[in-house]
Structures are given as structure tokens and as C-alpha cells.
Ligand binder design. Sequence first.
Ligand code: AHR
Length: 512
Amino acid sequence: MIRYFLLLGFFFLSHTITAQTTQILLDEDQVTTTINKHIYGHFAEHLGRNIYNGFFVGDTSSIPNTAGVRNDIINALKELNIPNLRWPGGCFADTYHWKDGIGPKGKRPKIVNTWWGGVTEDNSFGTHDFLNLCETLGAAPYLSGNVGSGTVQELADWVQYTNFKGTSPMSDLRRENGRDEPWSVKFWGIGNEAWGCGGNMRPEYYADIYRTFATFMSDADVEGGLYKIASGASNDDYNWTEVLMKNIPLNMLQGVALHHYSVIDWKDKGPDVNFTEEHYFNTMSEAWLMDELITKHVAIMDKYDPEQKVDLIVDEWGGWYNVQEGTNPGFLYQQNTMRDAMIAGVTLNIFNNHAERVQMANLAQTVNVLQAVILTEEEKMILTPTYHVMHMYKDHMGAELIPASLSSPTYAFKDRTLPAISVSASKNEKGEGLASLVNIAYDETHVVTLDLGNSDFKSVTATILTSQNIQDHNDFKVPNRIKPVPLQDVKIKKGKIEVGLPPYSVVVLKLK
Ligand code: AHR
């Protein structure tokens, strides 16, 4: 704790503090939208050390596990209350034949993971392993179906295998493999990135394919029917969304996906840790772009679906850098610094503020891949700054969005600027509030005044996540270098809260 106050003292001494305070108004009178808990979802692909040597170590491992999945990972994810988990890909999904991953493990075929590192995939983690894990976590499974190299029958069979209660070829097979009750899987992706690794399709062609696959997936065995998600656009490919919305009947479609990674340049994504301010600014510019992408994709969806029946599902997002030196380029292993905490803080605020239409999102990816919340090294496990942001924000799940308005000061780099401050706020069913504030500025402390408007909150407690350098991260030698700590002396005075946000910090205010 002493170290922390020294740290804050350091910030206030060594960085500029803006003279003007930023006014943020919370308008409880305008509460109309619930923040769907599924916005806080995760993604686990058969990629690098995400499943194998990440989640899954096998039940003969000396690392404590439940049915082969590490207990420390299970506990960490339970602590986040993760609402859903997407699996088995990503690009891998369109190469995955689910029947390879059921039955006695020794008899499962060994295939090549052609997208990720060309390694042998022994299929020892399959449908039962994943769906049982989701039950253990209390998370809803989100299965990505194989459209690119699979068949309509194969996907229809997977639905029957996971969801049918009575007697049928697939439910009987499930029983033979040791599972009597169906898992009742609601969320289904119909292919992934159909414009790219999912088959390089044109949107017109994919829209037709979607209609065919969706037709044969039985809705009958899940309350309210299946929730089917179309493979969505990459970034600003607005034509993709337009063609899908125009050509897929609304009653066949519950969600349209969108993928957006905070990548500086696909040819050279820059270092994960030793990045410059220019790298940082560019990453943050990509993170903020999410707001514009959602606004514009939603505007197109509104044209074809003015009653807003179809949801926008951002089922892949996060920071993506060059892999860590010495690691397999196909494994996408990267460290996770305070820059990633900034991406997470800003992006989750954007999702909350668009909660009317964004009903689900999946951070890529959970363990040891891209913007992971958890990193492992043999028996060791660490929680990343991104994990801590997810934890600080978790009470937004299922709460009512309180619209927040502000005119943000800017973070300038050379001749470009970005909003420095990001905010979202909510109130849960117990009447408790949560305001999450992020200052992405590189060297400026911003003081904000939160005007609680007509709310009747009486007390506040504050938590902060920050560090001395934007490149700071947790590692296996110092696993708790970055963790949230209480922020003292934050009080409500005459319906307002004044709080200083050091550079690259996330501050969460809990209001009662
Ligand atoms: O998350 C890594 C990859 O990024 C996914 O497999 C793919 O869908 C996307 O291009």
C-alpha cells in the first residue's frame, strides 16, 4: 500500500495535472437499457497454448485439475463470473469436425492445426470437455460451427448431439459417451470470418449459405430457440453487414458479428512490451475506433431492422502485437501491459454505452493468446492487467446503463488527438452504482467531477489500476506488479465526486 501511495505521489509530481476539471454528468432519468452480461464474454480457440498447455493439462497432470482443466484457471474465471465462452475458434472452427473430438480419447484422430502453427491436434479436448467446463464455470457455451469445410448435416448433428433429450442417433451417441442430459446450447455461430479464413466467400454467397445451415439447426430443444449468429464484418466492411441484413430473413437471425482488433499495422504489429508512445497512440486510436464501427454497423442494421430485433455481437476484439520473441509465430503469444488495460477499459465502456444493440462480445483470447486475461508457464499462472479491468468492471453485467455525458479533454500525439477520458456508468438491481473511468493520456493527470444528477447515492468507494510505466506488466517473477488498489479520500460532496485520474489509469467508483 505504501508503495502505491508513493506511486501516486510520483504521478502527481512527475506528470502534468490539467488545470480544468472535466465535468461528467450521470443522467439516471434517462435509464432505458440493460447492459447484457454477455458483453463480458471470452473466447478460447484451439490456438497456441490456449487450450493445450493452457486451460487443459490432462487429468494425469501434476497441476491440480478438474477433468484435465487447471483448477487455478477455473477459479480465476469463476471470480470474473464469465458469462459465456466461445469455442473452438476462430479460424480453427471452420476446419473442425466435432465428431473427431468425442468418444475414447485414445481413439480420436490426430489432425493438423493448419491455421495455427501446423501442430498436431490430438482432439483430446472436445465437445464434452468444453461443455462440461462451461457448466463448471457457470458460463453459457457459444459454439462456432464449421461452415467452411463442414456440411449442413454435420452442424445439424452437432445441435442434436448437444441439445436433444429424447432418442435419436446423435443423443444416443452422446449417452454412449457418458452424458445423459443434453447441455442445451443456445449460442451458435454459423461459421467464422466467412470473408477470410472461413472460406473467402462473397457476402451474397455467405448469406445464402447461412440460410441453408440455419434451416437445418433444430430450435426445438432450447427454450426460446437457438440464438444464431452470422459471421460478421471485419472492421469497416459495411457492405458485408448491408448484404447480410438485406438477404437473411430477420426471423432466421438473432445476431450479426463484428470483428475488430486494435492492430497498428497487419504487416508489423509492433512489440508487445517495448513499444513507443507512437505505437501506444496508434493502438489507442484503434481501440477508440470501435465506437465508430459500432455506430456505423448499427445504422446499417437499423435500415433493415428498425425494430432492432437482431443484435450486434462483437465476438472477437482486443490488442494484437507481434508475438513475443522466441515463441512460435503461429501461437500468438504476447505479454499484456498497462496498454492492454487501456484497451479493455475503453472498449468495455464503449460496449456498455452501446448496450442497446451490442448484446455480446468476446475478448480474444482467454489464456496465453493475444489479449489474454491469464498467462501460464508450466505450473505457474498470472493474472494480467486486462483481467483486473474485467474484474473491476464486472458489476456492470446485467445492470441498467446510466447515460454519461462529457466533453473529454484530448490526448494529443504530434498533430493527432484522441479523447483522453472514457466513462460508462450503471445501476444494479440492488440500487448500487458503478462508474468506470479511464484516462489514456500518456503524461497528463485529468481531474474529473462526476455530477450524480438526480441519483440518490450516499457513499462512494474507489479502486484504481495504474502503474509507473505504460509498458509495465505482470510476469512470472513479479506476478502482482499491477493490481487494483483502493483509492482513498474520494467522497460525495453536494451530489458530486471529484477524482484525479493519473495517466493510463482505470478508476472504478462503487456507489451506494
Ligand atoms: O483470434 C485469432 C484469429 O483472429 C481468429 O482465429 C480469427 O477469427 C481472427 O482472424
